[in-house]
Design a protein around this ligand. Structure first.
Ligand SMILES: [Zn+2]
Length: 297
């Protein structure tokens, strides 16, 4: 245990690791090393329809091949079976957290569909904005049952934070209505799981892609409702883009890391490619993991 921050690398086993994950890993391990922090590895398999055990197996193997080792747990500990760091092994924790949340604020079933939002837009000539939901489901007191989304009332106004990479940021906590905490298939949502997990694992530095900036205010507020007095710090890094700013195609960047290694690409070429993809390097020349982490530190 060090005096530095605790951060995490938290892939979802919904597919193979690709260069985007590697760029995230460079930031996670790089920022941790810069401040003598530690890295946790968490398997975010909250979505039971999309996650597959064979993807988890592949991602653990890929991390080993890349030499990316978390301080806790080891890939072998995850391979050995049930873990505090695998969401699907901790269902009771999310059940308990939702009851804690329901004691603090409204948690309610919502039967609004895309059509409900679309009809509201037509009637009002603008998109629905929160808090609440367009169907007024909180007041209707629907029974919590499979097939219905569960939402949490987080309240209104904004939450702000001082982003390690982006500076001062803020945004509304309910831009599209009250936060869904469980989806209609019965899965706890990404937002709910990461907030609960970051609290229970003592994560105080969240390092992730800029595509999650708009999700941050709701997560800060949710953590508050769950009793977290001090939110984690956030660092939102660029996503992998082409030099002209457009998204990488599958052929260019989204090819599985394991397949690239199998095809003879070196780890160093992959680190260089990922670092260049997020602008840490001008050219994608091969670099070692140490050199890649130094680019962030
Ligand atoms: Zn609703």
């Amino acid at each position: 245990m060090t005096g530095g921050p605790t951060t995490r690398f938290a892939p979802a086993p919904t597919g193979r690791l690709h260069l985007g994950h590697l760029a995230n890993a460079i930031y996670v391990w790089g920022l941790a090393r810069r401040s003598s922090g530690r890295v946790l590895l968490r398997i975010e398999d909250h979505d039971r329809q999309r996650c597959r055990p064979e993807y988890e197996t592949a991602l653990l193997d890929d991390l080993d091949r890349l030499g990316l080792a978390a301080d806790e747990p080891s890939t072998n500990e995850l391979r050995a079976g049930s873990s505090s760091y695998r969401q699907s092994d901790n269902v009771a924790i999310y059940e308990a957290a939702i009851e804690r949340l329901a004691a603090a604020t409204d948690v309610y079933a919502c039967d609004c569909s895309r059509a409900t939002f679309a009809e509201w837009r037509v009637r009002n000539d603008r998109a629905w904005t929160g808090p609440g939901c367009p169907g007024g489901c909180l007041a209707r007191g629907l029974e919590r049952r499979p097939g219905l989304v569960l939402r949490a009332s987080l309240g209104d106004r904004d939450e702000g934070w001082d982003d390690l990479l982006l500076g001062a940021r803020s945004g509304p906590v309910s831009p599209d209505g009250d936060l869904p905490v469980r989806d209609r298939n019965g899965n706890w949502t990404y937002a709910f799981c990461v907030v609960v997990d970051d609290m229970r694992h003592g994560v105080d530095l969240v390092v992730r892609g800029e595509d999650l900036v708009d999700a941050t205010p709701a997560q800060i507020r949710l953590a508050r409702w769950l009793g977290r007095a001090t939110p984690p710090r956030f660092a939102h890094h660029p996503l992998i883009r082409r030099p002209d700013g457009s998204k990488l195609s599958k052929a260019e960047g989204a090819t599985a890391i394991g397949d690239r290694l199998d095809a003879g690409q070196t780890r160093e070429a992959l680190f260089g490619g990922a670092a260049a993809g997020v602008g840490l390097l001008d050219d994608p020349q091969p670099i070692t993991l140490d050199e890649a982490l130094d680019l962030v530190g």
